[in-house]
Design a protein around this ligand. Structure first.
Ligand code: HEM
Length: 155
């Protein structure tokens, strides 16, 4: 692993520890923020109770964080797993590629809010760099769902 990647991994882990010290389960907050940023995306989820986060959202946030950490650590499986995720998500009607950066930005918003005064430009830059890196492993064609030749319908 090269040095900037190693530093990012450390910054990601440090900021996650600070956030978890404030809130053990911030997955519901990530979805609340995501739905604030993209209200129409609620239609993609089964939401049995609007006061509750969608089913399966905890696992999704856990996997996104694991992928960001493993991508920062240079683990080779990440790119092919991201392709698999994108193709599986076509079955969930997640066809708009802009939803991916939006969900990651929602995660970062929640971390920054939880960490408050201890959030720093170094954390912000590390999350931004690693989110872009993870999204770069998703070439446009991997996000093009079979039924949507034009690249998907915006959610
Ligand atoms: C790297 C990004 C992502 C990862 C790793 C990820 C991971 C997952 C996982 C592990 C599941 C659970 C699958 C299951 O229950 O069998 C899931 C479900 C789902 N994901 Fe994602 N996801 C990502 C991005 C997104 C985005 C951007 C959206 C857009 C809204 C989305 C929408 C959904 C939906 C609608 C489901 C089905 C939930 C349900 O059961 O109703 N995901 N995702």
């Amino acid at each position: 692993m090269n040095q900037p990647q190693g530093q990012d991994l450390q910054l990601l882990n440090e900021s996650l520890e600070l956030a978890l010290a404030q809130c053990e389960d911030f997955a519901p907050a990530v979805f609340a923020r995501f739905f604030e940023r993209r209200p129409t995306a609620t239609a993609l989820f089964e939401v049995p109770d609007t006061a509750m986060p969608p089913l399966g959202c905890g696992q999704m946030v856990f996997e996104i964080i694991s992928l960001l950490l493993d991508s920062a650590a240079g683990k080779p499986y990440v790119a092919s797993y991201m392709h698999q995720i994108a193709s599986e998500h076509c079955a969930f009607k997640v066809e708009d590629p802009t939803l991916y950066p939006e969900l990651m930005a929602s995660l970062v918003d929640v971390l920054a809010t939880l960490i408050g005064a201890q959030w720093s430009p170094a954390y912000a830059q590390a999350w931004e760099r690693q989110s872009s890196r993870l999204l770069d492993s998703l070439p446009a064609r991997a996000l093009t769902c079979p039924a949507s030749a034009a690249g998907g319908t915006p959610a």
